[in-house]
Design a protein around this ligand. Structure first.
Ligand SMILES: C[S@@+](CC[C@H](N)C(=O)[O-])C[C@H]1O[C@@H](n2cnc3c(N)ncnc32)[C@H](O)[C@@H]1O
Length: 510
């Protein structure tokens, strides 16, 4: 009989009515279960950590849930190693995510759960407590140089100001009240180099922050400061958004009154950034085919004060004729997520091993087919600018997809342009356009991995160009008060192909 079963039976044998107060004390806090659920959903790829945490907005325990989950994610490689040394358990009876949380708490937390002996998972960890601590000591000793244990790269956290909720100076005040100190940087009035900036960012203390080097609406913190920022995140003052994803927003060259479609919008981080930068003075169609993710997005966007028009359609099925005047079409399709080195759930994976793993390669190839199909469909919208981006590091999902798009469409009415010449890190491969694409990663830009390519429409229609030859933004009824299904704008219907481009075959890609 397993020790767990034995302890269960012993408990059943007791006929004495337990003291109710004691039972209460023995109950594991519900935050443990919520955190276990977050870990499970991450494993199921049901969302990113941030989007899953959104579901707990308003929950008193949100900080605790987040802290419990993060502790596991940060130490997952160690926990995985330790788990291999422990006795097997029936995963139908014991929740393995809860066990991971308890192991993390035992090693790095407050250990307060040790008194909750009623729970089988607790019992299991207590029974193996000695083994866990011994293995941890071994792993730690044998892996002194392991980056994932003793991080060589200090992690930093980017936050974006949500201008829809506060100005930069108002946010600075709020941060000051929380005990943060703004560390100014300049070199006798001269702009410091990007390398100097990176060194400074790496040396931030827990109570310091600096302005970002490239983006006005971004502040940089030490990763450990995150817990103190949760309240600002919850009330929409800030977004926890990696700087890399703002490359796509920068690449749009946003102007007031633009009409923008975010084709793959959930969980809404980029939609929110657009609305913040334009102070809602634009029309954003935020589309996502996944209803659950779409609903999460609505929560996030409403918390952030974003006005948008909602669409929940398979992008390739949207009729472009209904959206004739798009200034920007943002394509941020599903991808391998291989660039998200800060996405804690991927921390323990080695990118190289992962890539050379046959299954992953197959998955990337399928994703690339899907990404190409999305791009192919996008051409029928005739938007003035198409911004394609992924958080994948792999060329197969990035430059190769763009190359194939141009191969498939020799008469394409778009050219690739460089949206941010000052950006230091560029596309890969020998393509003539590689240097026009933007890339990001931890080593070069101290961010997540990211890719962005901008396709600019070549032949502007006469109404798009004003007398100075500048592109006009031609929305121009800025009807964005309500979140509504799109109505067909009247203009330009004749010149549109009434095709959804769905004739481009999409294989099963997910
Ligand atoms: C990388 S995420 C988008 C992240 C989002 N742009 C942001 O910044 O928060 C990709 C999204 O594309 C959606 N998606 C995938 N295939 C799609 C399709 N064919 N049509 C519309 N949405 C799709 C997924 O449901 C997922 O939410």
């Amino acid at each position: 009989m397993s020790p767990i079963m034995a302890s269960k039976n012993n408990r059943n044998k007791k006929n004495v009515r337990p003291d109710p107060k004691r039972i209460k004390r023995q109950k594991l806090h519900k935050a443990y279960y919520s955190a276990a659920n977050v870990l499970w959903q991450l494993n199921e790829k049901s969302g990113s950590l941030n989007s899953l945490m959104n579901r707990f907005t308003g929950d008193k325990c949100i900080k605790m849930i987040y802290a419990l989950a993060v502790k596991v994610l940060k130490n997952r490689d160690i926990i995985e190693q330790i788990k291999t040394k422990l006795p097997d358990f029936d995963t139908n009876t014991l929740n393995s995510y809860l066990i991971e949380i308890l192991i993390a708490e035992l090693l790095f937390g407050e250990k307060s759960f040790l008194k909750y002996r009623r729970k089988d998972e607790v019992q299991y960890v207590i029974e193996n407590q000695q083994k866990i601590t011994d293995h941890y000591a071994n792993v730690k000793n044998s892996a002194k140089d392991n980056v994932s244990i003793d991080r060589k790269n200090p992690w930093i956290r980017y936050i974006r100001i949500n201008y829809l909720k506060n100005s930069k100076s108002e946010l600075m005040e709020k941060l000051k009240k929380l005990g943060f100190i703004h560390k100014a940087y300049n070199n006798n009035g001269e702009k410091i180099s990007f390398d100097q900036f990176k060194a400074l960012a790496s040396s931030l203390n827990n109570d310091e922050f600096i302005f970002d080097y490239h983006f006005d609406d971004v502040f940089v913190f030490n990763d450990e400061s995150t817990k103190k920022l949760i309240e600002l995140y919850e009330n929409g003052s800030i977004a926890m958004q990696d700087k890399s994803s703002l490359l796509a927003i920068e690449a749009m060259k946003l102007e007031v009154n633009m009409i923008i479609m975010d084709a793959c919008a959930a969980p809404g981080m980029k939609t929110a950034a657009i609305a913040s930068r334009l102070n809602n003075k634009c029309t954003i169609y935020a589309n996502d085919k996944d209803k659950k993710r779409f609903n999460d997005m609505k929560i996030l966007l409403s918390r952030n004060g974003v006005k948008f028009k909602s669409l929940t359609q398979e992008f390739t099925q949207i009729d472009p004729i209904k959206y004739p005047d798009l200034d920007i079409l943002l394509l941020d399709p599903s991808c391998s997520g291989s660039g998200i080195n800060r996405r804690l759930e991927y921390n323990n994976l080695s990118i190289d091993n992962q890539y050379h793993n046959d299954n992953v390669t197959k998955r990337c190839e399928n994703l690339a087919k899907f990404q190409l199909a999305i791009l192919q469909s996008a051409l029928s919208f005739n938007a003035k600018r198409i911004v394609y981006c992924t958080c994948s590091k792999y060329q197969i999902e990035n430059e190769n997809v763009i190359h194939q798009l141009f191969e498939l469409n020799p008469d394409i009415n778009y050219e690739i342009i460089d949206p941010m010449p000052e950006w230091p890190y560029r596309g890969q491969g020998d393509y003539p356009f590689s240097s026009l694409c933007l890339r990001a990663d931890y080593e070069n830009t101290m961010t997540n991995g990211f890719f962005c390519c901008v396709l600019q429409r070549k032949h502007l229609e006469s109404h798009d160009v004003d007398n100075d030859g500048k592109i006009e933004s031609d929305n121009k009824n800025n009807n964005n008060d309500d979140e509504t299904e799109s109505k067909t704008p009247k203009k330009n219907k004749k010149s549109r192909k009434s095709s959804t481009a769905a004739n481009f075959i999409i294989t099963k890609y997910m």
